[in-house]
Design a binder for this molecule. Sequence first.
Ligand code: SF4
Ligand code: MG
Length: 328
Amino acid sequence: KTFPVRHSLLERWRQQPMRKVRALSDVNLDVRKGETLGIVGESGCGKSTLARCLVRLYEADSGSVSYQGQDVLALRGAHLRDYNRRVQMIFQDPFSSLNPRMTVRQVLREVLSVHRMRPKDQLDARVRELLELVGLPAEAAQRYPHEFSGGQRQRIGIARALALEPECLIADELVSALDVSVQAQVVNLLLELQERLKLTVLFVAHDLRLVRHLSHRVAVMYLGRVVEVATTDALFEQPLHPYTQALLAAAPDLDPQQRVTTPALQGELPSPLHVPSGCPFRTRCPHAFDRCATERPDLTPTSSEQTVACHLYTHPPEHPVRGASAEP
Ligand code: SF4
Ligand code: MG
């Protein structure tokens, strides 16, 4: 079963509150039940905006989001609260939003009782269960946020999200602030929980290595658009979009055997206020040809596993272009 999520959104750009930019458009994505969908792209590409729109932290002013057939953007009151319980977002540092004077036990009990997840006499048992689920000792319940390391805090953030028994977790740069060794532990925990609790996970990150490790499928974003969606194997073995190829070529920590021999990203990321006409990637694309300046490429399936928004695959140029080595 799939849950279609469709967008074409206008949103105020946060750094420039007086100017409107189209922060997301042509974002056309399905998230399948029980899968981990990785969302990657350079910072500023709209990944976080997308994640926030999905949980209604930002209000999209056009487009649509649907979850199990429900129109998410139309949800109000109790229906919205129920959706927000079922689709939980976890942030880079969940403790920035927590009261430093509350112990972990108080935090988790509060979440459980506000949402009436358990009767009062079962709250402490559930707190213990949740801590165990995220690999923390029972004694952690008595401690305060500042007493934990970054990795432990993330575990508590995950426990807090799980307290609401969500079906879907949206993790935005969940481990970016952590040391590499700790990152692996938290990511493995997420992997384990996803399988055990049959969660649907949206893993938003700029680290391709982590995304590859966790995700069943990956969506690549550039300047607020989804430019390629593929199964993880297809994406890493045969990236189709020139931007995806450049991202992989630029990733220092991917297996060199798997690296694609493509020039790394050239030029600067254009400002979201001045998105190029036609293909948004054309100012940096080594394969750009005349059509790219005038026509926006649509996401088009090239196989059952891969979808790409690039004219090379739908309207290949008659004459090979400068720098175009990879024939589609
Ligand atoms: Fe490059 Fe043109 Fe494809 Fe855009 S549409 S990625 S500019 S070849
Ligand atoms: Mg972000």
